[in-house]
Design a binder for this molecule. Structure first.
Ligand code: AMP
Length: 401
């Protein structure tokens, strides 16, 4: 059995991340990044079974980068490729699930650009490049927002004039849906539970962070909103702030809207609070050496995360488990333990030894006896995109190693 090969693409404005996934194999056959596209420094770097490689592709754009990748993919997948799966950040209200790409889908992604002015044009560049390089392969779009289209209106509406929702789509959309969906389904599988009859809280903690409440396989609430800035503290994003902060900073500092937006997105979060770094590893190390900013950043991060999880619990009929994932969630016993310490009212408590064991890709249960389950589940958005792609191009055909 050779399985099915899917090329997964995540297009950025000047970069293209890719992974060649075989649905019968645990690791991608190739994964890598084309970056600084369009500039003289453009480069392609990738990892395969032989190790790490890189190549200069000066002045290459998205399409040329994919053309450079083509022989590598053909070499790594001599059986052939079955399809291409694309990560698309924003599907607005048009997409409630993944879908095969055709002209109408491209138009709908383009129509959503006002909601994701940085991400959707970049994702479209990846799609257009792949359509040019792989014209005969089916291509699928997998949206970060689609999983959250099952939120009830009382969870997705802001308390602002209805016309802003009806005429301009101002509502909560949520992001990281592919990850929340993957880890909750995986947790149910690991626990031998029926995913369609289960309730989970998930904490995706990477450079971007969000929480989600999942009931019977559907997202019922999530912490990110109209944009990925809302919700918990992140690497460089503030998460929730008083909405009047914009006008306050404009008045007090004379900042423009663009400046306030830049500071809240790029200079805030762990980086802003610590004055040191957006990287949790650096902060843990510095906090251990007594750095007050790093210590405070970690305390705020964990408290605000716990508050978000407690509020997400309002959406659950029962709690089958709290799941940690993402670079921080999968690797930091300290952050997990500080967060869970704030959730005693939910009855949650960790087993210290089990918590320490689950790092670097090790999945498992880490709760103390008597506590509801707490799990560490490594996310795998590329695999989920590949499985969605296979499900759409050959219904009932997707299997997972
Ligand atoms: P991601 O965006 O999912 O790759 O996650 C990136 C975040 O995970 C960064 O803040 C990293 O510092 C953090 N991270 C990765 N490994 C560790 C670790 N061993 N301990 C704490 N944080 C980690």
């Amino acid at each position: 059995m050779t399985g099915n090969n899917i090329l997964v693409i995540n297009g950025g404005s000047s970069s293209l991340k890719f992974a060649l996934i075989n649905d019968q194999e645990a690791n991608p056959r190739i994964s890598g990044l084309a970056e600084r596209l369009g500039s003289v420094e453009a480069g392609l770097s990738w990892k395969d079974s032989q190790g790490k490689h890189s190549k200069a592709i000066s002045k290459a754009g998205h399409q040329q980068a994919l053309a450079e990748l083509l022989p590598l993919v053909q070499n790594a997948a001599p059986e052939g490729l079955q399809g291409v799966g694309h990560r698309v950040v924003h599907g607005g209200e048009a997409f409630t699930g993944s879908c095969l790409i055709d002209n109408s889908v491209i138009d709908a992604i383009r129509a959503t650009i006002p909601l994701a002015p940085l991400h959707n044009p970049a994702n479209l560049m990846g799609i257009e490049a792949a359509l040019a390089v792989f014209p005969d392969l089916p291509q699928v779009a997998v949206f970060d927002t689609a999983f959250h289209q099952s939120l009830p209106d009382y969870a997705y509406r802001y308390a602002i004039p209805t016309s802003l929702y009806e005429q301009h789509g101002v509502r909560r959309y949520g992001f990281h849906g592919t990850s929340h969906r993957y880890v909750s389904a995986e947790a149910a599988r690991l626990m031998n539970a029926d995913y369609q009859q289960s309730s989970w809280l998930t904490a995706h903690l990477g450079n971007g962070c969000s929480t989600c409440a999942i009931v019977n396989g559907q997202s019922r609430d999530t912490s990110m909103g109209l944009t990925p800035l809302e919700g918990v503290v992140m690497g460089t994003r503030s998460g929730d702030v008083d909405p009047n902060l914009h006008s306050h900073l404009a008045n007090v500092m004379g900042w423009t809207l663009a400046e306030v937006t830049r500071v809240l997105n790029n200079e805030s979060g762990l980086k802003g609070l610590s004055g040191l770094s957006n990287d949790m590893r650096t902060l843990e190390e510095a906090a251990g050496e007594g750095h007050a900013g790093a210590q405070l950043a970690m305390e705020v991060f964990c408290y605000r995360l716990a508050k978000s999880l407690a509020s997400m619990a309002c959406a659950l009929p029962q709690l089958d488990g709290l799941i940690f994932t993402g670079g921080i969630g999968e690797n930091s016993p300290l952050i997990r333990s500080k967060t869970v310490a704030h959730l005693r009212l939910l009855g949650l408590q960790l087993d210290d030894a089990a918590n320490l064991r689950c790092i670097r890709g090790v999945a498992g249960e880490i709760q103390a006896s008597g506590s509801p389950r707490v799990l560490v589940v490594p996310t795998n958005e590329e695999l989920q995109i590949a499985l969605d792609t296979l499900n759409l191009i050959q219904p009932h055909g997707a299997a997972h190693a």
